[in-house]
Design a protein around this ligand. Structure first.
Ligand code: ARG
Length: 459
């Protein structure tokens, strides 16, 4: 049976090459369930508009429901003439219900159908992505709690800057991901308006109750302009943008971890399960997991460019170019899901090498705190900065740390140096001074943990 959705005005079918180019089933067959759900609701809407009897609508709904099993069991036979998931579902429905099935598409177009399916899919994709984000955030929070009090060198420009807590660094990445979560929640709310009932472009002339349909399908409202609706893929762009942001954040986390897992740093050790060996060098232990996470940001952000370039030149309303949205969208989701899983595993299983991190602390990283020491004694910060700069330079000249300089020497730079400077030589003490909101003091970190857990629960 070669069921055709269109063709009345054609004397021959599409060329084989076009048929294969046009076939979107390899991508959109995963929308089969959303397509069936939307069709069931549409059958009911047609009944409410008086186009089906209750028995007819019921028969369509039941048979659409049966098709779900064929898909699940993999018994759906695709034909070379099938164009997309919508034509397949309709063909299958007509095969069982005959003329009745042929009436389902009344007033509907694949143009409003496909956007509806995509939005139903998107809700699920967002829910799953939020779940994965929450799991990572919870993992980070657990590690941060476990390692509270562990110190490490903090970097800017990858140069040793100030002492921070390892937990503070960890949480910095989790906060980026929690913002990504909020972005997705915001998108879910904004995109959740029903496209169905827009027809091909002009709207629906058959008295379809779109508000009822929206409620039936769990949308919070209906789209306002049918021409906008059928040509709108902005929600897909938004979603891929959200995925891109997550992937960028995972990439930066991965980059930190790659650096920290080198022997030169040796702050963390990846579990065997997330490391790979070399086929040539027996001693190697490579952070392939992290490199794949970092590299994936390139794949996903290229999809963002891809969808934007696809949309860019299309005239108003629906054009077939838009069919490519699915490849960009689904690939972004699938790849992001993969790297989120792996990131979570890496974080759960990595060994935190407290000793190496603390050994890596050096007295030059106390310089800022020394400047604050002078500030507390009344020296203007700019002068204090300069004085400590000279202290650092003197220590460097002597090949020692600033804490090794005799007090007498320090007093030649500033007479306000006293014996109490030794208290500022203690890294953990110094860290605890940074107790303003957001800082690296334990009290601030505990507050950050509270905020983070709260926002993870809201995702
Ligand atoms: N498979 C198409 C897509 O994904 C569905 C819409 C086709 N509409 C049309 N008029 N050709 O975009």
């Amino acid at each position: 049976s070669s069921y055709k959705m269109w063709g009345g005005r054609f004397s021959e079918g599409p060329h084989e090459a076009l048929q294969s180019l046009n076939n979107s089933l390899p991508y959109d067959s995963r929308l089969y369930a959303d397509d069936l759900d939307a069709s069931k609701a549409y059958a009911e809407a047609l009944q409410r508009a008086g186009l089906f009897s209750a028995a007819e609508a019921d028969k369509l709904v039941k048979n659409l429901e049966l098709l779900r099993f064929d898909w699940i069991e993999g018994t759906v036979k695709l034909l070379p003439t099938d164009e997309d998931v919508h034509t397949v579902n309709e063909r299958l429905l007509v095969e069982i219900t005959g003329e009745l099935g042929q009436r389902l598409h009344t007033g509907r177009s694949r143009n409003d159908q496909v956007v509806t399916d995509m939005k139903l899919w998107l809700r699920r994709a967002i829910r799953e992505t939020l779940g994965r984000l929450s799991r990572i955030i919870e993992t980070v929070a657990r590690q941060a709690e476990l390692h509270l009090g562990v110190l490490m060198p903090g970097y800017t420009h990858l140069q040793r800057a100030q002492t921070v807590q390892f937990s503070h660094w960890l949480l910095s990445h989790a906060f980026a991901l929690s913002e990504d979560g909020k972005r997705l929640v915001e998108l879910r709310d904004r995109a959740n308006v029903l496209p169905l009932g827009s027809g091909a472009l002009a709207g629906n002339p058959l008295g379809i109750d779109r508000l009822w349909l929206a409620e039936r399908l769990g949308f919070s409202g209906v789209t306002a302009n049918s021409m906008h609706t059928v040509g709108d893929r902005d929600f897909v762009v938004d979603f891929i943008y959200c995925c891109s942001m997550v992937s960028l954040h995972l990439s930066r986390l991965a980059e930190d971890l790659i650096i920290y897992s080198t022997k030169e740093f040796d702050f963390i050790k990846l579990a065997d399960g997330y490391s790979s060996g070399s086929s040539l060098m027996p001693q190697k232990r490579n952070p392939d997991s992290l490199e794949l996470i970092r590299g994936m940001a390139g794949v996903i952000t290229s999809n963002l460019t891809g969808i934007m370039m696809t949309i860019k030149g299309t005239p108003s309303t629906y054009n077939k170019d838009l069919q490519y949205d699915k490849q960009f969208c689904f690939q972004s989701f699938d790849k992001l899901s993969q790297v989120l899983e792996v990131t979570c595993g890496v974080l759960q299983t990595m060994e935190v090498k407290q000793e190496s991190m603390e050994v890596a602390l050096s007295t030059d990283m106390l310089a800022t705190d020394w400047a604050y020491y002078l500030v507390r004694k009344g020296v203007p910060f700019r002068q204090a900065h300069h004085i400590i700069g000279r202290v650092v330079s003197e220590a460097e000249k002597r090949g020692v740390g600033i804490t090794d300089l005799p007090l007498g020497k320090l007093q030649t730079f500033c007479p306000l140096f006293g014996s109490d400077i030794v208290a500022v030589a203690d890294y953990s003490n110094n860290v605890q001074q940074y107790n303003a909101i957001g800082g690296t003091a334990s009290s601030s970190i505990v507050e950050q943990l509270r905020l983070l857990k709260k926002s993870a629960r809201l995702l």
